[in-house]
Design a protein around this ligand. Structure first.
Ligand code: NAG
Ligand code: NAG
Ligand code: NAG
Ligand code: NAG
Ligand code: NAG
Length: 529
């Protein structure tokens, strides 16, 4: 089985080489209407359960038909579902959400606010809906006052969040309390929570003609573009995880493409796509990080040299660990390769996507685990701390699968399907639609429970080993959106392979319109060392 997989990968690479120096042939996309409709049905089921038992709270507890206010009680699932309802053309749900948005009281909450989570889910969801309804879906909603209310609410929310940046360095405190808005008093912040604000806050500035929002996020980002001291950049472009709010200095050199640091790298190339005139330096830093990843981090498990993962690091010591969250990296390398016309990034992105697929196809449920590990003796010597063999109980699993499971949960995360989506849009190869469909069918089978869908405890047990009784809002924003778009008709918001993108997806899968409305021809690579 995996010999065939390896053959496919080599052929795919040769295809690319054969097409050089010209761009690869424009992919031909195939619509799978039945599959797109099945995903729409899952969206409707999830929404109906949420609307009946949880709305206007944040999240549905589908087993107990209850709710949670895990994102400050502003209706997180409704706001996160809006851009998906829009691209699916689900107008009854769109109207329910648009009636609700002006009612949200963004001045008040009784619990701590996360600047990062609020930005990617609420602010990103609102800006995306506004961009879709004033762009390709202009005229679909007659009540223009409802459309204008979306932007007003986005601005009101950001005005309450702004105080987070009021630190000596300008690196924000990720924690806030409201009534009145004030910082939580953290002393450090992580590079993902610092570096995954700049798209949403810059977009808000561009839409409101108020430069302050973008300026705040870009100032914070400047410490990540110019990391100090050297401890903070163990490999060129690859950083530590945390920054001191007083000084803007890195406090460690531990990192990876996983949770806590991941979307900092993701947004570097996405900002360049958003506006190449203003964000050329972000592109340069993404290239530096990508090239270092190829040079230092690419890793193949001892038992499955055909699989490709990226190692994580503590200073310059590699750790052969990864996680579901990191599986966005395939899609991000593919996007970088498309935007920069660099086939080697696409090639690595496809290999990483295939590696993450193996984490799905190897388990009892055919869903990938939250965290996993492998051994790599070509990158580092065997070492009980940094490069251990698998625990005895997982040796047989490792022999076949090429990784062992360190956390078997699945909380309705999107990253593997997200990378299938980019792989499909870059190549048009229908195998990625098959993989996305297999993943959707597996998640539908294992996670469908009660009034919706829930995360499960152990993907390597038939049935998932028990439910968390929780339907995350990103199930609506991300899993259902990417699962749908890969089978759906082409549209202005779909990712393009030929420099005609009109949208860039934030890390919560909300499509944000490019600054100039459209990608501006070939990316310029001049000025890159
Ligand atoms: C804020 O919300 C809480 C909980 O809903 C409520 O008890 C409180 O009165 C509200 N405060 C304001 C100022 O609206
Ligand atoms: C918008 O208004 C037109 C004309 O009044 C009407 O025909 C159409 O159904 C309305 N569309 C929506 C989405 O309400
Ligand atoms: C942050 O920097 C300040 C000023 O140098 C220092 O007093 C503080 O201990 C540092 N905090 C952390 C968590 O490194
Ligand atoms: C990384 O390097 C710093 C500075 O040399 C050192 O203090 C720290 O203990 C190292 N961290 C790890 C995890 O090795
Ligand atoms: C998803 O699950 C539901 C409920 O078990 C089932 O009716 C439906 O056919 C499933 N859809 C797919 C595509 O497997």
């Amino acid at each position: 089985m995996y010999v065939l997989g390896l053959g496919g990968l080599i052929l795919g690479v040769l295809d690319f080489v054969a097409a050089a120096p010209h761009r690869p042939r424009a992919p031909q996309y195939v619509v799978n209407q039945d599959r797109a409709d099945a995903v729409k049905q899952a969206f409707q089921t999830s929404w109906d359960g949420y609307y009946l038992y949880a709305f206007p709270h944040d999240s549905l507890r589908p087993v107990s038909d209850g709710y949670a206010d895990d994102r400050n009680g502003w209706g997180a699932s409704a706001v996160d579902a809006l851009s998906t309802a829009l691209v699916m053309g689900n107008w009854p749900v769109v109207r329910q959400i648009l009636e609700f948005i002006p009612e949200i009281n963004f001045d008040n909450t009784t619990t701590e606010v996360s600047l990062f989570e609020t930005t990617i889910r609420y602010l990103g969801g609102l800006l995306s809906a506004y961009d879709l309804l004033t762009g390709p879906l202009d005229g679909q909603i007659n009540e223009t006052v409802q459309v204008e209310a979306i932007l007003k609410q986005a601005k009101r929310l950001a005005d309450n969040l702004k105080v987070a940046f009021d630190t000596p360095s300008g690196v924000p405190d990720n924690g806030l309390f409201f009534n009145p808005p004030r910082k939580s008093g953290s002393t450090t912040n992580g590079i993902a929570t610092i570096g995954t604000l700049v798209l949403e806050w810059t977009r808000l500035s561009d839409l409101t003609d108020d430069v302050e929002y973008g300026r705040l996020a870009q100032k914070a980002e400047s410490y990540l573009l110019h990391p100090q001291p050297p401890l903070g950049e163990p490999f060129p472009g690859l950083l530590g995880s945390d920054v001191n709010l007083t000084t803007g200095l890195f406090v460690n050199g531990n990192g990876g493409w996983g949770g806590g640091t991941d979307s900092f790298y993701e947004y570097l190339i996405k900002m360049f796509l958003y506006d190449p005139d203003r964000f050329g330096e972000y592109r340069d830093r993404w290239i530096t990080a990508a090239d270092s990843s190829i040079k230092y981090l690419v890793s193949h498990p001892t038992t499955r040299p055909d699989l490709t993962f990226l190692a994580m690091w503590r200073n310059q010591t590699l750790h052969f660990v990864s996680e579901h969250l990191a599986c966005f990296n395939g899609g991000n390398f593919i996007l970088g390769g498309l935007v920069l016309d660099e086939p080697s990034y696409i090639e690595l992105g496809l290999a990483l996507t295939e590696g993450c697929r193996a984490t799905y196809s190897s388990t009892a449920t055919k869903i990938g685990p939250e965290a996993f590990r492998w051994q790599d003796l070509s990158r580092a010597p065997e070492d009980v701390t940094h490069n251990p063999p698998p625990p005895a109980g997982q040796q047989r699993f490792y022999d076949v699968a090429g990784f062992w499971i360190t956390n078997g949960g699945y909380v309705l995360r999107p990253e593997v399907i997200e990378s299938y989506y980019y792989a499909y849009r870059a190549t048009g190869d229908p195998k990625y639609q098959e993989w996305a469909w297999e993943a959707f069918v597996a998640v539908n089978e294992t996670c469908r429970i009660g009034s919706g869908y829930s995360g499960v405890r152990d993907v390597n047990q038939q049935g998932g080993g028990g439910f968390f009784d929780f339907q995350e809002s990103f199930w609506f924003a991300e899993v259902l959106k990417y699962s749908y778009l890969i089978h759906a008709e082409d549209a202005p918001w779909q990712v393009k392979s030929d420099h005609t993108n009109q949208f860039v997806y934030n890390t919560e899968a909300h499509p944000v319109r490019l600054a100039k409305g459209r990608e501006g021809g070939r990316a310029r690579r001049s000025g890159i060392v």
